[in-house]
Ligand binder design. Sequence first.
Ligand SMILES: *Cc1c(COP(=O)(O)O)cnc(C)c1O
Length: 397
Amino acid sequence: MKSTKGIIEKTKKFGANNYNPTEVVFSHAEGVWVTDPEGKKYIDFLSAYSAASHGHRHPRIIEAAKKQMEKVTLTSRAFHNEVLCDFYELLSEVTGKEMILPMNTGAEAVETALKCARRWAVDVKGVEEGKQEIIACNGNFHGRTISIISMSSEAAYRRGYGPLTPGFKLIGYGDIEQLKAAITPNTAAFIMEPIQGEGGIVMPPAGFMKAAKQICEENNVLLIADEVQTGFARTGKMFASMWEDVDPDMYVLGKALGGGLFPVSAVAANKEVLGVFNPGSHGSTFGGNPLGCAIAIEAMKVMIEDDYVGMANDKGAYFMEKLKTIKNPHIVDVRGRGLLIGVEFDIAAEAYCDELKEEGVLAHDTHHTVIRFAPPLIITKEEIDWAFERIKKVLEK
Ligand SMILES: *Cc1c(COP(=O)(O)O)cnc(C)c1O
């Protein structure tokens, strides 16, 4: 039998060193529970950065995947398949947008949104090609491609990767005056996360996104909501933009869309925006593959039928209330929405996460001083109680 130690040693020996994972091996996982090769059980409070919102191996999604695997799994976009149209229809209904463009990873969907915005600026807005500008926020996380890290404010994401992609401007997250000042006649889009996930579960001041949408409208600038992490009920609304009654021009979606099984991402927008693509202008071999579509369709159906929005609100409020009772002088803030919660310390949070792991609770620090608690949305109150007992013990020690 493989041991945790042997697995980690081999992983380190052959793998590029671009991650520093907690020393736990997921050997088997079901719902909110994970078992390591030695049989120790853990509760998952990261859920693959919100990609496993349905929990691990949700039976209905596994079943839908198996059924599709028996029929056809890959056509490439050179041919049609039977499932892509249904994926389009359902995601269009869920987002309220007329058109969908399917990709695989979140970063690819962000790239798609950036290309779409630049082309829209030229074809629809009338900006001179090569002059298009896109505004992003300090502290953002939109993925890891060269163009995406070109709009990052994080030195660790950028060092050594130049020459970077030009055409980006950064403003303070939540600073409406800076947004106004950054807009020029060449501005194509403003991209933002409704809550910054990797940035440390940071929420902009109330009303910011609504005001940003209005300013974008007044200046004929597209508002791109990167809801890769906040989307699909995570924050207690289907999309976090809805907390501000904002209907963004483009939704960038991923993570939970793949039901915890498979990479599925997409951009959703109206025809006036997404209609700028024509054959040959963009694509992906695996994007829109029938297996991914069947999985994403079932993932969305489960989310709607089982009221994941209600679950995130209910369990989120329950958990948040408990977290706020923890007494630790180093805690400076407990914040978040639904089941995307951050506990911020005035010291590094990594040591706490290691201790939590020993107690059987898997959580990760983000932005050094914040512990992100984002369990699968299917978690029960009893499971929250089980985890909280251990969280309290570690954080009050
Ligand atoms: C995770 C994430 C991405 C990138 O998704 P990948 O699938 O890792 O490429 C983009 N935007 C946000 C907000 C994310 O949280």
